[in-house]
Design a protein around this ligand. Structure first.
Ligand code: CTP
Length: 404
């Protein structure tokens, strides 16, 4: 898994830096090419000479080489890396990463890194538990950084608790898992619907809903990161196209979404229907702005929109269909009913009763239900992490965080 991979190992100034030498050795033994970037404080804990000998490359630390004045390009390093691992990551380095405080080579390299970044925090238990650290860690997670959780145990301070850097073997495993996961959907064609639909009433008004599109966009991003050919059919949302998404089709109404999806259905291997499609649309769209004209009530006649999920379910030819169900009550039975009615393979259930779930939030809490009725429940996570759980579950990858 690691053979030939370019890994930037970022080392910041904590006692656990001594373990970075072992981590480096393990990575090199697995065939990775490793470039060490160390912070000025890191050098107080482990010498560049040791790291240069183990990696077979000069260690990068300063923006300029002291003797020649040569500029070290963090941009080149960021582009070179297939993975950047920051281990140990101190509270200070995590804070700088989360806030873009680019005052050393490690942070500038982080900001230039195009591929995945992984962080193995190491600090005292109180520093780890501090709201500031937790806030910064949450920001990194949201930015897509993989956090290799610190373990509980004896700390350099003599105290015992959570904050001890994960052992080098555990960090190597996390790196291998990452590269393995990146290949899960290689060669697969994945179509995702996302966002709301707007059903026009007249030139200035529409019927819509509060869907932000974030969940569907996170699924598209995760599928692309795992090597899939992704088509994202998006309702009206202001979100940027995630990296690696091959095709984005912007639509407004349910009918437009239906057309875009059905046209591309035959080519898809997996379809995830995360859009909140309006069930009804005005029977007629007025060409001109409807005037109030003194009336105290107004009637709007609505007609049923096509059910995209059900249409795909009826004409399934080997595709895996994944729907969503946002429910307020009788969640599981309603979701199961939808799954059967629409001939889906999986349904992702979120309950509006969960404060961490629902529209416009950055987090979601889901239960994924299979056709056979197996349920996988997950704790509240960022939408990107939920996307990873959904893909792991539907592709049969190991379910590490949820319970089955
Ligand atoms: N869906 C769809 N086309 C529609 C309506 C829904 O593709 N016209 C999809 C959604 O993207 C979602 C699933 O069907 O994956 C369930 O959506 P939901 O709105 O909960 O289903 P409905 O059948 O409309 O049920 P309800 O009566 O609860 O609104």
């Amino acid at each position: 898994m690691l053979k030939g991979k370019h890994i930037v190992l970022g080392i910041s100034g904590g006692i656990a830096a001594y373990k970075a030498a072992y981590l480096l050795r393990l990575l090199v033994k697995k065939g990775a090419e490793v470039q060490v970037v160390i912070t000025p404080n890191g050098k107080e804990f482990i010498t560049p000479a040791t790291l240069a000998a183990l990696s077979g490359k000069p260690v990068v630390s300063e923006f300029f080489a002291a003797n020649t004045g040569e500029w070290h390009s963090h941009v080149d390093l960021g582009l070179w890396a297939d993975l950047m691992i920051v281990a140990p990551a101190t509270a200070s380095t995590i804070g700088k990463m989360a806030n873009g405080i680019a005052d050393n080579m490690l942070i500038t390299t982080y900001l230039s890194a195009k591929e995945q970044v992984m962080v193995a925090p190491a600090m005292d238990l109180d520093m780890w538990a501090h709201p500031s650290t937790q806030r910064n860690v949450a920001t990194l997670r949201k930015d897509g950084v993989i956090i290799v959780e610190p373990a509980s145990g004896e700390l350099a301070s003599g105290l015992t608790g959570k904050g001890r850097m994960e052992e080098p073997e555990g960090i190597v495993k996390a790196a291998e898992d990452y590269f393995r996961r990146r290949e899960t959907l290689r060669g697969k064609r994945v179509m995702v619907t996302a966002g709301p639909t707007y059903e026009n009433i007249d030139p200035v008004r529409f019927i819509g809903n509060y869907s932000s599109g974030k969940m569907g966009f996170a699924i598209a991003a995760e599928a692309a990161a795992r090597g899939a050919d992704v088509t994202l059919v998006a309702g009206p949302v202001g979100l940027p196209t995630p990296d690696g998404v091959k095709e984005r089709v912007d639509v407004t109404s349910a009918v437009e979404m239906y057309n875009a999806v059905t046209q591309r259905y035959a080519d898809a291997d997996i379809v995830v229907l995360a859009a909140a499609v309006a069930d009804y649309a005005p029977a007629t769209i007025s060409d001109t702005k409807i005037k109030r004209e003194g009336a105290s009530t107004m009637e709007l006649q609505l007609v049923r929109n096509p059910d995209i999920a059900a249409t795909l379910g009826e004409s399934k030819q080997g595709q895996t269909l994944v729907g969503f169900a946002l429910e307020t009550d009788h969640e599981l039975s309603n979701a199961m009913h939808k799954l059967e009615k629409k001939n889906l393979d999986w349904i992702v259930l979120n309950s509006l009763r969960d404060p961490e779930a629902g529209f416009m939030k950055d987090t979601n809490k889901v239960t994924i239900v299979s056709r056979k009725g197996e349920t996988h429940s997950f704790p509240a996570k960022t939408k990107r992490e939920v996307a990873a759980d959904i893909i792991d579950t539907i592709t049969g990858n190991k379910d590490e965080n949820g319970k089955t």
